[in-house]
Design a protein around this ligand. Structure first.
Ligand code: 87F
Length: 540
């Protein structure tokens, strides 16, 4: 065993050493402007941008013309992200963190209702446990980051940084679970994980360190585990659809795409129309008894016999925020769904030379107080060194759902003017009905964002029956729904046949909601009898 460990370590060290050099090199090529904004994206090869003063006014790329640059610019200009001098690592600024916290508050309360308890396990993993479950680690090994030194001296045994915590936690599950009364054991942790990705780092979407929650549960029966897998998946659907206003498909992963260490994987899949790529939004795995066998998680059942637990693990990460930016953002910047916006309403005074400035400022403050009392997240932007126009652009860039303007005329008429971020619509509303009107509008925006995103996504869905139709739809950046024989070899073949610069196509999920599959329907790729409808496409 010892030999095996050192062989693994040797393998990892070889990967780490040249890579850290590459990282330093790419850090050096970065150019920072006065405001500290990175002008060149991480990694080599990207073209240099003009150094643009951070005015907060306008984006230099449009969503349709240059999606990648547009995305990078939006996350930085909206003050969600600051680039960092280690490639693939990003600073999450309060504007992003508050979105994460809102989702966290919801999910944490929901899992507590399910009797899940929070805990915290260490960040570091000893090679022995990490490498114990070989099937599980095999494909992931290159992404594991290792600590090899303290100060100047080499560690006797390198220590891994958790990429996920199955192997960290389960030795203790084995210790803590003794009898059937210890079950179910349901733990969750909110933490960071590190996966040293090599391909195209992107804020939120693919970063080398990210925040997530990971739930790890153990049950006496498979039925209980199965039930929980779906309960958790439903919570993930709600995060996407009810909070982030993003339509998703719930379904099961193929044998090729499932978590190799588990029995089966269910997931939430979203779609980015601009790039024509699917994106896995969250996963809920039934691990079966694979880890239980490996880590000897046994217990004595009611009959006094030795039995093995059934396990699940499930997680969603800060990737959710990136999907939200990609789906809703526009050429003015971020568009935040009201339910996750740190600030739902921004109140801006419109003062002219001879206007009653103090009266207008007081009206703004009073408006914020009224809204806040009603539980609406509102603030006034009373800065005097910025014009109203500049403030409009600034808050539009940050995606605040509603802007309230108060000028001399509004003051006179005891009204405010409200502008919607999602569609630009402006309405005058009486201050008498302020709270109910604003609440109503926020609800409408939330719904409208979801409806618009769903319409766009649905317009990208292409039902295909043959290989030719499949290839054509793939070229048109579609989300493909195709009848499939559900064979691993056939999926491998699809990947091989679609390999190219843009990345290969793969199965995204087999949706639980299955259209009717007419008898005699053939698999689009193999021509064998189809067993199910499956979503296919390129993906993140
Ligand atoms: C990268 C390096 C090492 C994903 C990795 O999905 C190990 C892994 O095990 C690894 N990338 N995974 C699978 C994670 C499975 C599972 N863990 C708990 C989840 C949700 C939360």
């Amino acid at each position: 065993m010892l030999c095996e460990i050192s062989a693994w370590c040797h393998y990892f060290m070889k990967i780490i050493m040249p890579f850290s050099k590459a990282t330093e090199a790419s850090a050096i090529t970065r150019v920072f402007d006065m405001a500290g904004g990175e002008q060149k994206k991480s990694g080599g090869g990207g073209k240099k941008k003009e150094v643009k003063k951070e005015t907060g006014l306008g984006l230099s790329f449009t969503k349709d013309e240059n999606f990648g640059e547009w995305y990078s610019e939006v996350v930085v200009s909206s003050e969600m992200i600051e680039y960092y001098d280690i490639s693939g690592c990003y600073i999450l600024r309060p504007w992003a963190m508050s979105i994460w916290e809102i989702m966290q508050t919801f999910f944490d309360a929901e899992i507590k209702k399910m009797k899940v308890k929070n805990c915290y396990f260490p960040l570091f993993v000893s090679p022995g446990v990490l490498l114990k479950e070989k099937d599980h680690i095999e494909g992931f090994a290159p992404e594991v980051a290792w600590v090899t030194k303290s100060g100047d001296s080499d560690l006797e045994v390198p220590i891994a940084i958790r990429p996920t915590s199955e192997t960290v936690m389960y030795p203790y599950y084995s210790k803590w679970i003794r009898g059937h009364r210890d079950l179910p054991l349901r733990l969750n942790q909110w933490c960071n994980v590190v996966r040293w990705e090599f391909s195209n780092p992107t804020p939120f979407i693919r970063s080398r360190e990210f925040l997530w929650q990971e739930g790890h549960t153990a049950f006496a029966t498979k039925e209980e585990a199965d039930t929980e897998v779906l309960q958790i998946l439903e919570l993930y659907r709600r995060i996407y659809e009810e909070f982030l206003a993003i339509p998703v498909a719930k379904g099961r992963k193929s044998e090729l795409e499932k978590f190799a260490g588990g029995l089966y994987t269910t997931s939430i899949e979203a779609f980015i129309p601009n790039t024509g790529r699917g994106i896995q939004g969250a996963t809920s795995h039934c691990l079966g008894q694979n880890f239980a066998k490996m880590f000897e998680i046994n217990y004595e059942n009611e009959k006094g016999e030795k039995a093995m637990v059934w396990q699940n693990s499930w997680g969603y990460s800060t990737r959710t925020i990136g999907v939200m930016v990609m789906v809703h953002g526009d050429d003015k910047g971020l568009v935040l769904p009201p339910k996750v916006a740190a600030l739902q309403v921004i109140v801006i005074p419109i003062t002219y030379k001879d206007a009653d400035t103090q009266g207008i400022f007081d009206a703004c403050t009073a408006t914020v107080a009224t809204l806040s009392e009603a539980g609406i997240r509102a603030e006034a932007d009373l800065r005097e060194n910025y014009s109203p126009g500049w403030k409009y652009s600034n808050w539009e860039m940050k995606g605040v759902p509603l802007r309230i303007e108060i000028g001399p005329q509004d003051l006179k008429n005891n009204q405010v003017r409200v502008a919607r971020r999602d569609n630009g619509e402006k309405t005058d509303i009486s201050r008498v009905f302020l709270v109910e009107q604003v609440k109503g509008m926020l609800d409408k925006i939330q719904q409208n964002l979801f409806d618009a995103a769903k319409q766009k996504r649905d317009a990208c869905i292409e039902v295909v029956k043959t290989w030719d139709e499949f290839v054509k739809a793939l070229g048109q950046k579609k989300l493909i729904l195709a009848p499939w024989c559900d064979e691993k070899e056939v999926e491998k073949d699809v990947k091989a046949r679609t390999k190219g610069e843009m990345g290969a196509a793969k199965s995204l999920c087999t949706p639980f909601e299955q259209p009717e599959l007419a008898e005699g329907t053939k698999c689009f790729a193999s021509g064998k009898p189809a067993k199910k409808w499956t979503y296919w496409g390129r993906s993140y």
